[in-house]
Write a protein that binds this ligand. Sequence first.
Ligand code: 3H9
Length: 712
Amino acid sequence: MAELTLVDDVAVLKVKYPPVNALGSAVRSGIVECLQKASVNPTVKSVVLCGDGRTFPAGADISEFNSPAKANKSPNIIEVIHAIEASEKPVVAAIHGTALGGGLELALGCHYRIIRKDGMVGFPEVSLGILPGGSGTQRLPRVTEVTDALTMITSGRPVSAKQALSKGIVDKVVDGDIVKHGISFAKSVANQPVGPRRISDWKVNAPQDVHKIFDEMRRSVIRTSRGAIAPLVCLQSVEAAFICPTYQEGLQREAELMMTLMTSGQARAQQHAFFAERSVAKWEVPSKGVGYKTAKPVPIRSAAVIGAGTMGAGITMALISIGIPTYLVEQNEKFLMRGVETIKGYVGYNVQKGRTTASQAQRLQTLLKPTLDYEDLRGVDIVIEAVFENMKVKKEIFARLDSVCKPDAILASNTSGLNIDEMAAVTKRPESVIGMHFFAPAHVMKLVENIYGEKTSAVAMATVMDLSKKLKKIGVLVGNCHGFVGNRMMARYVTEALFLLEEGCLPHEIDQALRDFGFPMGIFQATDLSGLDIGYKGRQEQGLIGTGNTASARYRNGQRYCPLPDTIAEMGRLGQKSGKGWYNYGKPGGRIPERDPEVEQLIVDFSNKHGIKRRKIYPDEIIERCLYPLINEGFKILQEGIANKMEDIDIVWLCGYGWPRHTGGPMFYAKQVGLQRIYERLLHYQKTFHQSSYWQPAGFLKKMTLQLANKL
Ligand code: 3H9
């Protein structure tokens, strides 16, 4: 796990634990053993610490966190760092790749740090629900400004080599072979005294207004962390470096705070999210006997997107951004040009933000190929249809694409819930038809829900999963059903939120409860953002709209139904774009929601008219009633094999719907609440609201609950 070689009088200590050289127990003891050998070897004058393969250690081994015996096995990370720092021979960290978390702490234990110019350093622990507990919160404010240390540790965002140099985190940026540079640097400092280079002996950089800085940062962290505790505890741990008289006392405080976080449910949830995010790439469809291990993707060298609306423009932007020449197709010049302008706007924004250079922007323009002619699509490897949600229109497009595109081209639909098999059925190549459900804005949002149909081939599945990754997105492969995973679960959540309105809540009360749970915005704010017309059109297609303002207005097909959103949409209140929806935004395109007395009165009048006695509904009930039907639907989705594993569902919700990461996703959250509890509450609500059949607990949930009960 660690190897020592001698180059002249320099000992090169290389960590060898692919893929990211995580600091598992064997690596830690390997480092200390090698260091020991270097210290007793009279030939050795200095040491280079580096990582084999693609990176310097990228942190502690997260997979050990669930087994404290392994994670704490001596030497632990702090003992390793102190052993390095105590060395009488200068130790130089030679960083390439990503020195993250424990990896950066290790580097800060060294007497010098050099970094390759494409390297990055950072403390991402906060995203795992913990803090840099290997002395990181005590060391970083000793080498850099307090605001930089606080920002890096509470946000988890890494910094580039250049930034690391300017912040004093590294001593030198180099270009080329990092080990060679490490050796020559180590030779240059071989005879320097190590005492002054021991960071733990340094004073923290405390400006006069340090308390003010902490107070401001504390307010900002509380405002942005939405219920996650790690950011605030990270701040407290950095603060300890300023409050505690010595490094050792600060370290003691860091350990206490680390323990608090480690044992919290939030850390477990965030670590679940970390591994879940990686597990979705290992897709399998057991019913078809295919999976990532055997199915090979075909390369995508050219693409086309049908529809230049918001989704089409976003998808095109994502494709050209990774260098894929992409035809953007519309039915007339006006719509096409509108799409082109949208994309130009995205590119211009990136140039303005310094994310794209002028020459890169130029190249993006050449990759974008606007056209009105389907004939241009003859040679493309993939077409992604992104027109509005209308099956008839989509079928026409698929039939047309089938007749134009080369036989092995993949035909994908960006539908958010329509039947993939119906689209496949109008083509002579149903094996090449697949869903790629992007989320708006498509060039920004991480999730792509990839949907295989009855006849979709393994090659098509592998190709869209591979393409999702190349687009720097997280692809989750799921089966075909109405709404797929995300929107099918979402439907339950929205419906129940509407019933809460009828029974006594106002939109802002529901939204507040959901924000307090950790969602970035409540469901009514979210609906206003996406537009009330979208849901309205969908319900219209299903024949649900307009059965009059009578008692029957509250039922459709024997199920409870709330027509309030229909009324609101019919009033022209379509959300942010029209300046009014569930909230008032002041003007079309406004973004700040204000409560609207007109809507609130409408809701109260509705309840009165239908004889519903309004009552005070507390946040606990709001959360249960919004989220438990959604979770129950998740269990049904698993039961039907639409999703292959809980992690797939969690990632759809974490990456596509703003589910708070510190609760791990709906399925992980259900386990933390307790399946028994979820099951019992579903039964309770089923009795109360028997005209909403979705309260019926999923058979799979019942089975798991019984299994757990039998184990007790
Ligand atoms: C820490 O350091 C705490 C200390 O402060 C204090 C301790 C007392 N451990 O992401 P990839 C696996 S906390 C275990 O696909 P990439 C990963 O699961 C840690 N496993 O590669 C995957 O496995 P598989 C702070 C890890 O090139 C494989 O490696 N550090 C770890 O896209 C490849 O990963 C972090 O939070 C780990 N630390 O990205 C950094 N890291 O192939 C976490 C990765 O079986 N890591 N794996 O699915 C990352 O951010 C990315 O992996 C990295 C590479 C940017 C390094």
